[in-house]
Design a protein around this ligand. Structure first.
Ligand code: SAM
Length: 482
């Protein structure tokens, strides 16, 4: 039997089934142990010291006890601490992005995804470079600066050379005041050599959802194709880091397996990356299965309620306080509103999940990967965020200044976010408002920016930020960032 070892290079040792089962048993036995729960909550709470605010985070066992706990008063405390951590490390900024589907050709047999190779009644499409250009211009015209490219796995139709060519095209397009400044990549697990090529192409985060950490279920849910190989998929982030990519994004597709198992596996994966590479995941995504062409979410019997979903989000926030958290338009406005408070730091807006969807007037459905619940425009999403007290941020400065991996984590831990990310967010939001926003969004936005400028602690930074915002409003772009 495999032994648990977070530092091991083998998937079955760092995501050890026996350790997860023991963790779930421990969590179940202690879910009413008030003394232990209070000690875990105390450990999770952000604390001030002479260097700023720090947070200890939680082990997978500790976090699993909180997830199992159903005592209403304690669950309320989990939510409250999640909010405190969110504000301490991310403030009220929310980073904006959009997915860009390049190709739905796929050789895998994933049973939850409509792109599985047996699905013969959807058209297969792959963007030409001219079509990539059209999509990117449509995205730039909405105001997006950060994309996550998505593709099925098909070595013939979508080889790495195709993905690299698309990245090059995306970065090359400068349309009006638009530019895509960070391309994150969500493509199938690949080799160290290919990860190195992606790094050289200037990608931001490499995102790969584990789908499920439960090996037996994983193999059933991915019956055919290269994705069937659990170890190859689970060890992908180690290869990505070996290839020089230091921002990696984890995720579980909630609904496939029992959520408590997935949660423990996810936190163990984060612990493994920290133990081996000295830096945890840059982001964690929390997608849930959605209806799609030939996919009925009801066919998966591990679906989770909105309430459990919120609790999972809050417990992830407590366990890995320095990791960004992403929620997509798979979720409705209502669910997104609630989760934003509990630790989400990135949201997508105005998304289309079809290949070539942005260049079309009407939302096309034929190649959609899943139904989008939040169908509002980016302008509506930006306005809604601001009305709820968040600052939509189009900033990509960390990536452009080389503040990735542990350098980003140090910035996060140093408490300098209010003197750095906060003014950057306000300046990039000003650019968005001037270039793309409706009159209503502009009004809400400029009022918010005035208020938020006051929160910058350093007087010099505040003055420079104010001057830059004024010059952006007067159409004088300086591409300045802290
Ligand atoms: N083909 C790549 C791979 O295998 O990782 C890229 C990922 S795919 C374009 C993006 C993600 O969408 C998948 O990892 C999966 O978690 C999610 N997805 C697939 N089908 C879905 C569905 N029906 N509802 C919600 N999310 C889905």
């Amino acid at each position: 039997m495999a032994v648990y070892d977070p530092k091991s290079a083998k998937a079955e040792e760092f995501i050890n089934d026996e350790e997860i089962k023991q963790t779930l048993k421990f969590a179940e036995e202690n879910k009413n142990n008030i003394e232990l729960i209070d000690a875990i909550l105390e450990k999770a709470r952000p604390k001030k010291n002479e260097k700023g605010t720090t947070c200890a985070g939680l082990t997978h066992r500790e976090a699993s006890v909180l997830l199992a706990c159903e005592i209403p008063e304690k669950v309320e405390q989990i939510y409250k601490i999640a909010e405190e951590i969110k504000l301490a490390f991310y403030g009220n900024r929310i980073v904006m992005f959009a997915p860009l589907y390049l190709s739905n050709y796929c050789v895998n047999g994933c049973v939850y995804c409509p792109y599985h190779y047996k699905n013969k009644h959807i058209p297969r499409r792959k963007l030409t470079q001219e079509e990539v250009r059209r999509e990117v211009i449509a995205l730039q015209d909405m105001g997006h600066k950060r994309l996550a490219i998505e593709s099925g796995e098909d070595p013939v139709n979508n080889p790495i050379e195709y993905i690299l060519e698309c990245i090059k095209t995306i970065y090359s397009i400068k349309h009006k005041n638009g530019a895509i400044r960070r391309v994150n990549v969500n493509i199938a697990a690949t080799t160290v050599e290919n990860y190195r090529k992606l790094k050289e192409a200037g990608i931001g985060t490499y995102i790969l959802f584990q789908e499920t950490y439960h090996k037996e279920s994983y193999e059933k849910l991915h019956p055919t194709g290269p994705k069937h190989n659990y170890a190859y998929h689970t060890e992908a982030m180690d290869r990505a880091m070996e290839g020089g990519i230091d921002d990696v994004g984890l995720g579980v597709l909630f609904g496939l397996e029992m959520y408590k198992y997935e949660f423990a596996g996810l936190i163990m994966h984060a612990e493994h990356l920290e133990a081996v590479h000295g830096v945890g995941p840059h982001t964690i995504s929390v997608p849930r299965i959605k209806h799609a062409d030939d996919i009925d979410p009801a066919a998966f019997d591990n679906s989770i309620s909105d309430e459990i979903f919120a609790k999972i989000t809050a417990c992830i926030r407590l366990a890995v306080p320095y990791t960004g958290m992403i929620i997509s338009t798979r979720e409705s406005e209502e669910v997104r509103t609630k989760l934003l408070r509990l630790g989400i730091s990135q949201v997508s807006g105005g998304s289309r999940t079809s290949v070539g969807g942005y260049a079309e007037e009407e939302r096309p459905h034929d190649t959609e990967q899943f139904d989008v619940s939040d169908q509002r425009t980016l302008d509506q999403v930006v306005c809604w965020l601001m009305e709820n007290g968040h600052i939509p941020s189009f900033c990509t400065a960390c990536y452009r200044e080389g503040r990735t991996g542990d350098r980003f984590m140090s910035l996060c831990k140093s408490g300098q976010i209010l003197n750095c990310c906060h003014p950057n967010a306000l300046m990039t939001l000003t650019e968005y408002l001037v270039d793309y926003a409706s009159e209503k969004t502009k009004k809400v936005g400029f009022e918010l920016i005035e208020k938020e400028l006051e929160k910058i602690p350093n007087e010099k930074v505040k003055r420079i930020a104010r001057e830059n915002i004024e010059s952006i409003k007067n159409s004088d772009r300086r591409d300045f960032r802290f």
